[in-house]
Design a protein around this ligand. Sequence first.
Ligand SMILES: C[S@@+](CC[C@H](N)C(=O)[O-])C[C@H]1O[C@@H](n2cnc3c(N)ncnc32)[C@H](O)[C@@H]1O
Length: 430
Amino acid sequence: MAKSASDTQGIAARRAALRLLDGVLDEQRLLSEMGGEAGPMGRLPAPERARAQRLATETLRHLERADKLLGPHLRKRPALPVHNILRLGTYEICADGAAPHGVINALVEIARKGRHSQHQAGMINAVLRRIAEAGPEAWAALPPPKMPKWLRKQMVADYGKQAVEAMEAAHANGAPLDLSLKADAPEWAERLGGTRLPTGSLRLAEAGQVSALPGYAEGAWWVQDAAAALPVKVLAPQAGEKVLDLCAAPGGKTMQLAAAGAEVTALDLSESRMARVRENLARTRLSARCVVQDALEFSEGGFDAILLDAPCTATGTIRRHPDLPHAKDGGDFPALFALQERLIDHALTLLAPGGRLVFCTCSLLPDEGEIQVEDALKRHPGLRSDSAALAVPGVDPAWRTPEGGLRLRPDYWADLGGMDGFYIACLRQA
Ligand SMILES: C[S@@+](CC[C@H](N)C(=O)[O-])C[C@H]1O[C@@H](n2cnc3c(N)ncnc32)[C@H](O)[C@@H]1O
């Protein structure tokens, strides 16, 4: 079928990217909630979907930079759909290496057909032309975008300004693609290229389409950030051990547990997310018993080890999901902290005598890391944190925390490409 004029100009992908931007910035929806058939990218072919997703993600990552460059050219703040057209254009012209005339023509055509933007097409054309003149140079000189005020204030109080600035630089850089290898690590590492990280994950700088990489169809590996692979290494599952993965979907850690030969029960509240666990297990030819249930209602006990990768604010994944700080305002965070506390207490009741619980969150907030564990140790007099379990190859002892956990930050391993923010602790009952 011949390509339409729209396809060649990238109109469809840009229009979808703009709808994604409006969804995040107007409706406070996460990009991950808008990926379905009914979402803005629903009818797009795979390459166009990927392009729309990438354009929206990168525009959000650099939103502050785009707004700084646009500011002097705008007499007043435009309506959001118009502003988002200008932001997308500024990102593409200044940082995406796109030819300015192609970007401007496509965005002006989109603006002409938009209900809110049709009368602003001339202004959009003029402003983006001015951005094309000096913008790329000015963009490169701007500092990394800051976290939003509601999050930054707390982060500076917890880590100090310098550390927060280092994290912001890591967020601006984005994330490489990390893989966890099922077996035959040297063989696959050679075939895939990339860098073997100190903790064993394989890091690829230029990934492209994941499902086209060697070993995908064979299920030789799965995508998992190097930091996200560490909780299971701390848990150190042994072949034949009875292990419960209490918040399992989409299953990255379930696959690690199963690959170690443990007898795994993977539980998650969400049926649709559990479908992803089943797909992942099928592709990697690994097995686990899958249970869809509220963890707080699961009462089968006697587990040698439990992994509690609790639902959290996901503030450790901002470099991967730069939409998060724009879609959230922290209002729903206290409910998550309370749920984590209940999940820890309940998980402890499901352990066999002498069993271990690894608690982790992909968060930067001590409220769902260090403080959770400090409080749990106070609530349960027989409980202790097992700092010996943290002696995992490649883990820097400087990452250890006073209450016996590990604090991982996006600015760590800066020269290797960073890591997700995570908190991990191994708890044992005396
Ligand atoms: C951080 S994600 C888990 C990621 C997963 N461990 C992995 O490595 O792929 C948290 C999961 O907790 C699940 N969840 C949230 N509340 C839950 C509950 N009350 N009981 C069980 N699962 C729950 C969510 O559906 C989500 O899949």
